[in-house]
Design a protein around this ligand. Structure first.
Ligand code: NAP
Length: 445
């Protein structure tokens, strides 16, 4: 048998890669990992974590205002640079934790760009190292538009190092990143305009929630322009002018494009080795995350499937157990709960009403729209929507949706109930916690 330096070399130390490396190492494999950037990948450095810190930070604009109704007074002030510095400190702390985790697990860390030389060899900064298996977990990067003036377009990465708040922000797209960052900057007083090619924001989510959220975002001051594309960006003095396909132009200081993410497969030498790539450049893998070359595997965003951190982590665990252990850990792609941390936040698990009508012979829909008690004494009249979709044939709850304060925390729990196969009768038999928004889910008639 050929001797290799390692049992596993992982290329990319983000959520999926680090989890795979740690589990493989715990299972006795000799593991190395390489990373050319900061440890933790997109999620820790320019994604979920700093974004959520910005969401918390910006939401105080509403909370402080709500506080007046409860007797508080005074004029608070906001310092963007302080938020940025504190965010940077927290991210640096997490980077260090990732380093310690790898070190404690006995995983060798190589810093630098990696390239595959053959099916068992990785070249990192000139030095070649071999492994029985190679796992690619290089994630993705924001997609850039293909329009004249595209070099003026900024992506979500730029938001995390922004020196000062812009006055006007143009956000192109109406998916996760567009709505999350649009909400953050709107709350911080930036004039936000969302330009979206579709007929409603958040394609793929339940229509009721999409419309509800659209109204709530507009009520907060976000301008939403639908069925419109940006055709060109031009520098105009200190501003940037966007030419729209409806003939209008729009002046902005910060043209943010949030139009999806592209898998990071360029420059890895994959094509030369015959690794099959999808049309958008993602590595095509089978159910065990093996590519068309048996010793080369891939998990997470680089496979261009479900682009969610917990899914990448689950895939990394599945891969490590499958090839270095004995247990049969498998990730279940059904009913993956997900949240969009816009303001108000939206969270969902299971089928939308539209999908349910397509998949079930008969459907019962329960819906409630209300003002949460917390806002009863506030000027802000943000409404919450909750929706339960039930398969009428067997009474099973097949979809839970919510847009409102605490949606992500609530839907996470309901995802467990759905995984356990809860019926509407089980929801009805559950005692609510009063007074909460969550109790609405068990009192729907
Ligand atoms: P996204 O959610 O897929 O949204 C992309 C948006 O851009 C959609 O509104 C899409 O419109 C539009 N779009 C796509 N191509 C376009 C083009 N050429 N011109 C104009 N508009 C275009 O992607 P994202 O917001 O960039 O986020 C990437 C992924 O990261 C997400 O899919 C998600 O999986 C993950 N993510 C998750 C979270 C979270 O869990 N909270 C947060 C951020 C990101 P259509 O609807 O018409 O296609």
């Amino acid at each position: 048998m050929t001797h290799h330096d390692y049992d596993l070399i992982v290329v990319g130390a983000g959520s999926g890669g680090v989890r795979a490396a740690r589990i493989a190492s715990e299972l006795g494999a000799r593991v190395a990992i390489c990373e050319m950037d900061r440890l933790g990948g997109t999620c820790v450095n320019v994604g979920c974590v700093p974004k959520k810190l910005f969401v918390y930070g910006s939401h105080f604009a509403y909370d402080l205002n709500d506080a007046r109704g409860y007797g508080w007074s005074g004029e608070p002030s906001f310092d963007w640079r302080r938020l940025l510095e504190n965010k940077n400190r927290e991210i640096a702390r997490l980077n260090a934790i990732y380093f310690e985790l790898l070190e404690r697990a006995g995983i060798e860390l190589f810093r630098g760009r990696a390239e595959l030389v053959d099916q068992n060899t990785v070249r990192i900064e000139g030095a070649e190292r071999t492994a029985t298996r190679i796992l690619i977990s290089t994630g993705g990067r924001p997609r850039r538009p293909d329009i004249p003036g595209a070099e003026l377009a900024l992506t979500s990465n730029a938001v995390f190092t922004l020196a000062a708040l812009p006055k006007r922000m143009l956000v192109v797209g109406a998916g996760y990143i567009a709505l999350e960052l649009g909400s953050v900057f709107c709350a911080l007083g930036v004039e936000v305009t969302i330009v979206h090619r579709g007929e409603e924001i958040l394609r793929g989510f339940d229509r009721d929630l999409r419309c509800h959220l659209h109204n709530e975002l507009e009520a907060k001051g976000v301008r939403i322009v639908l069925e419109t594309q940006v055709e060109e960006l031009r520098k105009r003095g200190p501003s940037i002018e966007a030419r729209l396909d409806n003939g209008d132009t729009l002046e902005t200081d910060f043209p943010l494009f949030a139009i999806g993410r592209t898998p990071n497969t360029l420059g890895l030498g994959l094509e030369a080795l015959g690794v099959e790539l999808g049309t958008r450049g993602g590595i095509v893998v089978d159910d065990d995350y093996t590519s068309s070359v048996p010793s080369i595997h891939a998990v997470g965003d680089v496979t261009d499937r479900v682009q969610l951190t917990p899914v990448a982590i689950g895939e990394g665990m599945h891969f490590a157990h499958r090839f270095f252990g004995e247990s049969e850990f498998r990730i279940d792609y059904r009913n993956i709960p997900t949240a969009v941390f816009c303001q108000p936040e939206l969270a969902t698990v299971g089928l939308t009403e539209e999908e349910a009508w397509h998949h079930c012979p008969d459907v019962r829909v329960y819906r409630s729209v209300f003002t949460p008690l917390k806002l009863a004494m506030s000027e802000r009249k943000e409404r919450t929507i909750i929706k339960l979709i039930v398969n009428a044939e067997d009474d099973r709850v097949v979809g839970c949706h919510m847009a409102g304060h605490g949606a992500a925390e609530i839907i996470q729990g309901l995802a467990v109930a759905m995984k356990a196969g809860a019926t509407k009768a089980v929801f009805d038999a559950t005692i609510g916690i009063h007074p909460t928004s969550a109790e609405e889910f068990v009192t729907l008639r």
